[in-house]
Design a protein around this ligand. Sequence first.
Ligand code: 3PG
Length: 396
Amino acid sequence: MISSVKHTPFSASTDFLPKKRFLTPTLKFSPLPIIQNSIFNNKFSSEKPLHISSTQNLTFSPKEQQKELKTQCNAYEADRSRPLDINIEVLDEQARFEAAQRLKIGIYFATWWALNVVFNIYNKKVLNAFPYPWLTSTLSLACGSLMMLVSWATRIAEAPKTDLEFWKSLFPVAVAHTIGHVAATVSMSKVAVSFTHIIKSGEPAFSVLVSRFLFGETLPMPVYMSLLPIIGGCALAAVTELNFNMIGFMGAMISNLAFVFRNIFSKKGMKGKSVGGMNYYACLSMMSLLILTPFAIAVEGPQMWAAGWQKAIAQIGPNFVWWVAAQSIFYHLYNQVSYMSLDQISPLTFSIGNTMKRISVIVSSIIIFHTPVQPVNALGAAIAILGTFIYSQAKQ
Ligand code: 3PG
């Protein structure tokens, strides 16, 4: 490997130099071996040379043997075998980048699920004491909008640069988001959180139906087959649900349909736009708030809210205000993180993440609210969730 004896003392001397200097020519910034080798040589010529007249009397202790190893390595580099090094390093860089990317997505997912579990718990606590889902839905959007306006004003987050086109393309997304959000909240005000989420695990079925009948997209047969356990599992869970309620069931179904549209439009709207996931969701919240407020006033109204609020405060105490704040803040945070994830991954990976999120919500809410579950009901939920995994595999 050693190309010439002359390199040996030369390289041994280099061990006294800061190691980084030797690492510099490892072609991080230039893929051209010739350029790198010349950089390498120039660097050495600028150092004070170490003159050794003979290598014969040199004995190497283990530490010195290490130096010898480096020497060999350096001499090897001097050989024209550089392209091999480059490939290895490019692959190394790529592997490192991919690992970092996976870690980032993993952190996003874990944060998203944790925030979602907290939101669902506080949301249900609030709805149990104050059954006005139109107002609580409005408050979540208002809180998120306010948080983002403050972040922009204080420059914690950079405000997005938007134009009329952006807001126009956001409108259908905001309509779908508003419908999906209010429908899910109405559902949770009527049935157990776990039941709403079991029905919401059927979202892929809606996604396939919308793709097939609205966009004329034909999917492979295994994808259609995977809908059988999803639909069958949801149906089994629904008919065996102890506290079944038609409004609760329909709310979850409407939410599924609306969110399929929201996800399709969002991904399209975010593509190639300079507005990132976090700000995109902030704008979405603001537009949804404007859409929802008049409907919330029309459906429930300030009189009902005032009476309900007093009753809730009398029943729960001042802590009730914190519950409302928590459900609103966590609603915004989990959605913000989920949009930040959507920004980085395909809608398919997103829907797998969403299904796994539902498992954590279903399990935690059953434990926290002591929801009675029959074995056959749990079996239906398990089949539906398994179906969503089969669906994602089939789609891949
Ligand atoms: C909402 O209120 O928007 C829903 O609880 C959201 O449901 P999802 O994000 O779990 O689909």
